[in-house]
Design a protein around this ligand. Sequence first.
Ligand code: AMP
Ligand code: ZN
Length: 136
Amino acid sequence: MTECIFCQIVEGSAPCHRVQEDELTLAFMDIFPLAPGHVLVIPKEHAENLFEIEEVSLLAVTRMTQRVAHALRAELEPDGIMMMQLNGAAAGQTVFHHHAHLIPRDEGSALAFHPRVRGGDAELTSLAHRIGKSLG
Ligand code: AMP
Ligand code: ZN
């Protein structure tokens, strides 16, 4: 079995709070959310980061990221949404399977990286459902 946790999620051998998927991408809730509604969008095909990902997968991730951003804005009405994507350990990357973060932001809320507080399953499931429903 692959050691990559995000490949395990794609294969279904590890759980996730799925938001949406298509042929090339999967969107799911980050289990250590920086804010409520923190979603990750990944390519289904393994690629370490921006330097490795095939163009067709990158374009699909970008398309899905925009769709999820629209759904997040419609459903959660944050003041803004931060999109973040880290490349290499020195840049703070901790999971070496390409992913785009979508992080709802509100005026005045503090910005933190890699919080240690795990999100509650019920809240993550509910948010995944709301955002997924908004995507149609
Ligand atoms: P990065 O630092 O950009 O590599 O981000 C990795 C992100 O993946 C972090 O925000 C983690 O909270 C998140 N993460 C790690 N494992 C899982 C998992 N099994 N399910 C959902 N999110 C995860
Ligand atoms: Zn992988």
